[in-house]
Design a protein around this ligand. Structure first.
Ligand code: SF4
Length: 463
């Protein structure tokens, strides 16, 4: 599924969507919505009286916990993740369950019994990808149209036979700095006399004006900040059979009530960083509005590190936030081109590991690091996440995912600090660590790749 020549924009990597999973919620929702529009294009919409959605591999094994069934319903009803509120998302599923009908494409009611018409094929994996799904439209006479899709991570979706380039909005564009790896990024930055953030911003001009890119960047930043605020205000139990209590609000109240603690314990800062990550990850786990950064499972890392930068670094500025996010995006582009950002393909090293690497680079940039120090920070951020498995308990993006985001955020800050202490010269390059991550992901057993068949998922007894 990799394609080093695809063009990826900031807006491809950072999308505003719905939790809890970019590959298992956002991707299937996009695939279902696309299926309906392809059905219309093929002239089969009017005759359709039934739809069957078949889920395979990781989507079948962890789909219920990840809200894949609800995402399919929302997508078939013509909704897109970026324009659907969490409330509408939930209401669509409730309507289908209560009435056994679905408003196909938002236009006509068909009979739809979620328990019968969304089929979880637990023992079958499609050859092309571990996150496979097939939609079949039927008339009274039988099947009339079908399509197969793969949710390849970060909310990206491919139809059968499509190249990776088809996932992106800019496969025909010519970028001023078409870097495909860390070495090229450094070389192009040096030749043009730009920072990594400036290289990324210049590339974005192939899609839209600088003003539009920065406006979207700040929309993403606002969404991240609001997510922290919402997470700090919610309490109760997260959805799903694990009955995991939300912790962010109590944690927030405790920190606010003891401001003098920071004078005695400088590591109170760490408590705040943990809080920021927990708040976003709990919002994600409850199906809230989050930014895929680069995935939903890892959505807490980058917002937590940005919040740390804004609240605890004396040099913080609006320009610093822009540099942070543009630099993080440049690093995310390389992972997407050369390896994967999908837990089902390479384990959690591709999700929290990549987010950690992106955040480390972003923070190093915001704090004024050189391009070499930034590349070093990104490398350190991944080097110490290599081999990280994906083993969500009960198929929910909660345990270990929520705390793992906090660990990813604190590790990212340490990676940036380590890199900023050095000269930028280091032994393991970013490209070497990305290739190692890819190979490690290939070698990793399927049970450790978002199937809930290994690791904590089998060793933690559900209450
Ligand atoms: S373990 Fe990591 S990759 Fe797997 S669902 Fe949780 S956050 Fe995502």
């Amino acid at each position: 599924m990799r394609d080093r020549d695809i063009n990826l924009s900031f807006a491809d990597l950072f999308t505003i969507g719905i939790g809890p999973s970019s590959s298992h919620t956002v991707g299937p929702m996009r695939a279902a919505a696309r299926f309906v529009s392809e059905l219309e294009n093929a002239g089969g919409f009017e005759a359709t009286t039934r739809i069957i959605a078949d889920l395979f591999g990781s989507l079948a094994l962890t789909g219920i916990g990840h809200g894949t069934d609800k995402a399919i319903l929302a997508g078939l009803a013509g909704n897109r993740p970026e324009r659907t509120s969490p409330e509408d998302f939930a209401a669509i599923a409730t309507r289908a369950e209560d009435t056994s009908t679905l408003l196909l494409g938002g236009k006509k009611d068909i009979r739809f019994v979620p328990a019968d018409h969304i089929r979880f094929n637990f023992d079958e994996v499609l050859d092309e990808h571990p996150n496979g799904m097939r939609f079949t439209a039927l008339s009274e006479a039988g099947p009339i149209f079908d399509m197969e899709f793969y949710s390849v991570g970060g909310g990206f979706v491919l139809a059968k036979g499509e190249s990776a380039a088809a996932q992106t909005s800019g496969h025909n564009l010519k970028l001023p700095h078409p870097f495909t790896c860390g070495d090229e990024l450094l070389e192009m930055a040096e030749q043009s006399g730009k920072t990594i953030a400036e290289v990324m911003l210049a590339n974005e001009s192939a899609w839209r004006s600088e003003e539009e890119t920065l406006a979207y960047l700040h929309e993403v930043h606002d969404c991240m900040s609001q997510c922290i605020e919402r997470g700090c205000a919610q309490e109760g139990i997260l959805p799903g059979r694990l009955k995991v209590p939300r912790r962010a609000k109590a944690h927030f109240e405790r920190l606010k009530s003891q401001p003098e603690r920071a004078l005695k314990d400088p590591l109170t800062t760490l408590d705040w960083i943990n809080l920021f990550a927990l708040a976003v990850s709990e919002e994600n786990a409850s199906g809230g509005r989050v930014v895929t950064a680069p995935t939903n499972g890892a959505a807490g890392v980058i917002p937590a590190v940005i919040a740390y930068y804004e609240r605890f670094c004396s040099s913080a500025s609006k320009k610093g936030v822009e540099d942070f996010l543009l630099t993080a995006a440049a690093i995310g582009v390389i992972y997407k081109k050369r390896a994967s950002i999908s837990g089902a393909e390479v384990g959690c090293q591709g999700e929290v590991g990549v987010a950690c690497s992106m955040a480390a680079a972003g923070l190093a940039a915001a704090l004024g690091g050189t391009n070499e120090q930034i590349e070093n920070a990104a490398e350190i951020g991944m080097e110490h996440n290599l081999g990280l498995t994906c083993d969500p308990v009960a198929g929910l993006v909660q345990v270990p995912c929520i705390e793992r985001n906090a660990m990813g955020a604190t590790k990212a800050i340490n990676a940036a600090r380590l890199a900023l202490l050095g000269t930028g010269k280091h032994m393991v390059s970013l490209d070497k660590v990305i290739e190692t991550m890819r190979q490690t992901g290939l070698d990793m057993g399927t049970k450790y790749k978002e199937t809930s068949q290994g690791g904590l998922a089998v060793n933690v007894v559900e209450c």
